[in-house]
Structure formats: structure tokens, C-alpha cells
Design a protein around this ligand. Sequence first.
Ligand SMILES: Cc1cc2nc3c(=O)[nH]c(=O)nc-3n(C[C@H](O)[C@H](O)[C@H](O)COP(=O)(O)OP(=O)(O)OC[C@H]3O[C@@H](n4cnc5c(N)ncnc54)[C@H](O)[C@@H]3O)c2cc1C
Length: 479
Amino acid sequence: MNEGQRTVVIVGGGITGLTAAYYLQKAIREQRLPLTCKLVEATHRLGGKVQTVVRDGFVIERGPDSFLARKTSAFRLVKEVGLEHEIVHNATGKSYILVNGKLYPIPGGAVMGIPTRIAPFLTTGLFSPAGKLRAALDFVLPPVKADGDMPLGRFFRRRLGDEVVDNLIEPLLSGIYAGDIDEMSLMATFPQFFQLEQKYGSLVRGARRTTPKEQKERKGAFQTLKTGLQSLVDEVEKRLEPGSVIKGVRVERIVRPDSTYRLQLSTGEVWEADSVIVTTPHHVVPDMFADYPFFASFRSVPLTSVATVALAFPAKAIRQDIDGTGFVVSRRSDYTMTACTWTHKKWPHTAPPGKALLRGYVGRPGDEEIVDQSDDEIVRVVLDDLNKVMNIVGQPEFAVISRWKRAMPQYTVGHCERLAYIKRQMAAALPGVFLAGSSYEGLGLPDCIDQGEKAVHDVLEYLRPAAVERASNMYSNVH
Ligand SMILES: Cc1cc2nc3c(=O)[nH]c(=O)nc-3n(C[C@H](O)[C@H](O)[C@H](O)COP(=O)(O)OP(=O)(O)OC[C@H]3O[C@@H](n4cnc5c(N)ncnc54)[C@H](O)[C@@H]3O)c2cc1C
């Protein structure tokens, strides 16, 4: 290491780690900071859950397929690496909830299941008259007493009743978090709904007042890249400093014998670092920092296993189609699938002309065994489920099954307090070490990118006084 040079190591090369490496190296170059930034990734590829398969003209996402356009950090990163011309918005179309074996269009104006228009809720067959009346209590019930966190399910059930929650809100939210709404933390997932309730005395009133018209009409709220999200990973990787990325190497332990950190790698090597950004999922952190018992609570934070099941068909195999882009499945249905996207309709670039691409999802809390079944069995189960609402003849031309074991971190009740406690302990015992990524402050791609950027800011803040001082010393030494 050069005299005066400081080292930052980023652990994990998913989208969070990549973002952190990109922006930190950019700052080092542009501000001529006396810092070196290295990234260590356990597997032999970068991107983590972002992974695209391009086959026979199909563009198949194994993990995330898009990002929320409203949160701008993903677009910014896309632009940074010159891919903005590849951006596409999702085609809008009906999406459905499958309840008791029947598909119901999601009522117009529902924002995460909360009505912002009344008529579609009054006319939908998704809820019984009693369920609708119960939901109307939202207009008169007093706001919940603000005494900390609570399960998301309890919050919504109290305001809108069980039927609206089980038939609409739960399937929509599970589609994002693969979580159990009755275990998930209100404050870590949707604190804005709590604030709406407190401010407007009613979720519906609050959502109606604050939802922009564009969102009420559900216009293409998502974006992706025509070339696949993997192309973002590839373009970011190309821009990282040569030699700064090490793949196929795990960080096993991080200790702090003195003012610098020592990272023990799976190769037996030991690296020194002045600052570390840890972007791995939370469950590996307690072992990595075994000398620091305050990470122990991460051990009990669950992760759900899921699998995506991409099925490629000739378009004519779909004899009875549905006018829409996909559905999510309520637990009140005897289905193994949790959701399905008609990918060729939602994202027309993903299938060549004359072909159809369906993407099913399996695995949810309490029903994760399916993920361990053979590919053939998973395809059979998904096709059986699909054929209850469509008519698909024959077998797919090919299937791409992607298993994501223990992949979806569950933000259970108390998540924010747990994290705040750990961060306080880290600030005292592990100054210059920062956590970022899907286990911590949001699991959508833009949330992960935001956290990667924030970690860079934190590292520079932590190192800057010393770095600037050294830089000016170096300057005065040579002049
Ligand atoms: C099936 C699925 C669908 C999804 N759909 C969407 C979607 O459509 N839109 C959206 O916004 N989000 C979606 N998400 C969520 C989003 O993909 C993830 O939250 C995000 O990609 C996580 O990025 P990350 O960098 O934080 O973590 P990861 O991608 O998990 O990366 C962490 C990296 O750390 C590495 N690592 C672990 N341990 C070590 C170690 N000891 N040493 C070194 N490296 C280590 C891992 O190998 C991995 O590469 C989806 C997720 C899944 C699973």
C-alpha cells in the first residue's frame, strides 16, 4: 500500500455493492482522493440477484425484472453508464387477483390495495357487501395510538377489515416482499400509510388526497432495460478500476485488532482496510463479525426462499388467454403459485414475435418446500395452476427455473429499532464499517442503489478529514 493511501473494501457485488464501488471510485478519480477501493464477491459473477438469461430471442430475468420509476436512483445509475436509450416502461394492462380460484381485476385506483377511487371498490366482486361496509369504517375509526411498530396486517385489518386485506392488500404486498403481512413491520415497510392515517384520520382519505393522478391510473410505473437488467451490471463492472474486483472469494471474518480492519478471506489471505462497506444479506453478518455479539439479532430475522419459473411458448399454445399482464394469488386460493406475469405483454421486448413468455413465482412463508422440488416438478405444478385459469396446450419450448434460497429478507416487527441499535453499536465499536443492501433499508433495486450511494457518502465523511489532511500534506511536501 502507498504511504498515506487508505483502503476501502466493499463486501458483496450485488447491485448495492456495485453501486457503492462505482460511485466511490468515481469520487476518488474526480476528487483525486488518496483512497483505493476494492470489491470482494463470493461467487464468480457480479450482480447478485440481478441476472438475465438471453435465449432464442427471449430476454428472461431470473431475479428482479424491473424497478420503480418513481424512485430515481436506478434511472440515474442507468444514465451514468450510458444505458438510458435501453430503458422501457411497462405496458399497462389489467392485472388481477386470484381469489378462490377466480380472477378479479384489481379495482381501478387501488394504491397498494388502498382505494383512491370509490366506484371501482363499490362495484368489484372481490369483496362481499359486508366486506365493503367493513372497509368503509376507515372513514370513521380514530387513528391508531402511535406507540411504536406493529404488524402491517394488524394495521390494515383494523382500518379496512380482513376481507380487503386477505383478498387484495396481502397478495399485493406479498408479491413485493414474499413476506407474511401479519409478521411484517409497518414502520419498516410502509410508514407512509401510518402517517396518512395519523394526518387524515383515514387511509382512503389520505391516499385520495396524496396520490398523484398518474399513479391512480396505474400508468407504466416500472422501468427496465431492453437488453436485460444484467446489462446494467455489466456496464457498471466495465467502468470499475481494473483489478479492483475480486470474484469467487468470500470474506469470512472481519476483526479490528487496532485502528485498521483485517478481513480474512476464504483464500487464506488477509486484507487490511480503513473502512468497509458490507452489502451482504444480514444472515452472514453475525459470523463475519463473530467478535461483536450485537449482531446476534440478525440470526433470528427470517429470509424466504422463492423461485421464478419462466416458461417460453409459441403464442398459439395459449388457447384461452386473459386480457391482462398478470395476477397475484390470494392465500384464499388452493394454488401453489404466488403470482404470474404475462411477461410478453407487460414487457413486449422479452419475447420474439409469435412467442409468449410467462413468468410464475413460487415460494412464500410457510410454503417454501416447493423451491426444492425438481425443475420438472415445479414446471408441472405451475402449468397445472395456470391451466385452472387459462388453456395452455403442450409443454413449454423451454423453462428457466431460478431458485433463490433464503433470498427475501423479512422486515419483521421491530426491524427499524433492531437496525438502529446495531448501527449505534457499530458506530462505537466498528467506526468506518457500514451496512447497506436489501436486508436493511429497502429491498427494491432503487432502495439498494440509494443505500450504496449513502454508504459512499458515509465512507467519505468518515475518511475525509484524514484524507484531505494527508492530501494537503502531500501537496505541501512536493511544493
Ligand atoms: C425473485 C426476485 C424478484 C425480485 N424482483 C424485484 C423487482 O422486480 N424489482 C425490484 O426492485 N426488486 C426486486 N427484487 C429485489 C432485489 O432484486 C434485491 O433486493 C436486490 O437485487 C438485492 O441486491 P443486494 O446487492 O442488496 O444483494 P444481493 O443481490 O443479494 O448481493 C449480495 C452479494 O453478496 C455476496 N456475498 C454474500 N456473502 C459474501 C461474503 N461473505 N463475501 C463476499 N461476498 C458475499 C453474494 O454472493 C451476493 O452477490 C427481487 C428479488 C428476487 C429474489
